[in-house]
Design a protein around this ligand. Structure first.
Ligand code: SF4
Length: 334
């Protein structure tokens, strides 16, 4: 297998990524959690700044939730920031601030799951195991013709097979995992492949058997989609805006939003915001999306009298301007 070509390509194209320079176990923990569900280009804009703000697990463990959510802004999926903090608190309290190097110990740390534990060991500590994310699942299933359903069964199969032993021996766990991830991200994508340029094309089961896009096997689900129209009401006093903090049971919990109301939705069960009636069709708008919702945000600037005329009470909210959700930040700039 032309694995050396793949590793050379990966090194020459992607060694500039900041989390690949001066790697430590802690920088691996941070980057791998950031890279779950967020693209490399987005993480590139935030990683160095975040590491300067929180250079050690101790710094992160001591951050308040508010500080941390502000630092995480732009990366999305805020639950990961909370998990990262939980992990750092346990690392400081139970492991003297040092990230342990045993899989069983790692997955018992709150906030660290199978993938992150495997990534710390393989990418962070160069051990000869796979850190199986969606890229590795896809590439390995195509390369070796693995016919298990994508998900836990396929991951279990990969772990049980001792694939690529010579490559691990020659290049180490970090280079093998990084090269396969780069391949999955660039040439061996879910719905489009560039097999002509793939250094492993002569050994690839899926290419040889014309099964590239049918692997990994998966059950196709029709995702339920909903449309949602929201009214964002902006009331400003000095430099502050009228806002409220999102509850634990709501989207974006811990962040602040301007008073927001449902105008229309195709999901009758949605209870994230109160409903409001009126004709706001002429207002300026911008579009966003969250989970299964495509959202049209109507923006209404009001003074205090107009706010009360909507049947709303100023005392139900507070004045502030920090840690606003991305949609609320957009609304006040419209
Ligand atoms: S040859 Fe194509 S399908 Fe096979 S690993 Fe390379 S990019 Fe993926």
């Amino acid at each position: 297998m032309h694995f050396s070509k793949l590793v050379n390509w990966s090194h020459s194209e992607f060694n500039y990524l900041p989390w690949r320079k001066n790697r430590t176990l802690y920088s691996t923990l941070v980057s791998e959690i950031m890279l779950q569900q967020t693209t490399v280009s987005t993480v590139l804009n935030h990683f160095d700044r975040f590491m300067k703000e929180y250079p050690t697990p101790q710094h992160l463990a001591q951050a308040t939730e508010e500080q941390l959510l502000i630092s995480w802004k732009g990366l999305g999926y805020y639950r990961r920031a909370r998990n990262l903090k939980k992990a750092c608190v346990t690392i400081c309290e139970k492991h003297d601030g040092e990230i342990p190097l045993h899989y069983e110990t790692l997955i018992n740390i709150p906030g660290i799951g199978d993938y992150t534990a495997s990534a710390i060991l393989s990418i962070g500590n160069d051990e000869h195991i796979f850190a199986i994310d969606a890229n590795l699942e896809r590439v390995l299933s195509r390369l070796f013709g693995l016919k298990e359903l994508k998900g836990p069964k396929l991951i279990k199969q990969i772990k049980s097979m001792s694939l690529l032993p010579n490559e691990f021996q020659s290049f180490g766990g970090r280079a093998v995992n990084e090269a396969l991830m780069d391949l999955g991200r660039n040439y061996c994508k879910a719905n489009k492949t560039t097999c002509d340029l793939c250094p492993l094309k002569y050994k690839c089961y899926a290419l040889k058997n014309n099964e590239v896009l049918s692997l990994p096997m998966q059950i196709k689900k029709d995702k339920e989609k909903h449309e949602l129209e929201l009214l964002r009401v902006i009331l400003k006093k000095g430099n502050d805006f009228l806002v409220y903090k999102k509850k634990d049971t709501e989207w974006l919990h811990g962040q602040y939003e301007v008073p927001t109301f449902i105008l229309k939705t195709t999901d009758q069960d949605l209870n994230q915001y109160p409903k409001i009636k009126g004709d706001f069709s002429a207002l300026p708008e911008f579009k966003t999306a969250i989970t299964k919702y495509t959202i049209k945000n109507k923006v209404l600037w009001v003074n205090e009298v107009e706010f009360k005329k909507l049947g709303l009470k100023i005392d139900d909210y507070e004045w502030g301007k920090i840690n606003l959700s991305t949609a609320s930040s957009k609304a006040i700039k419209l």
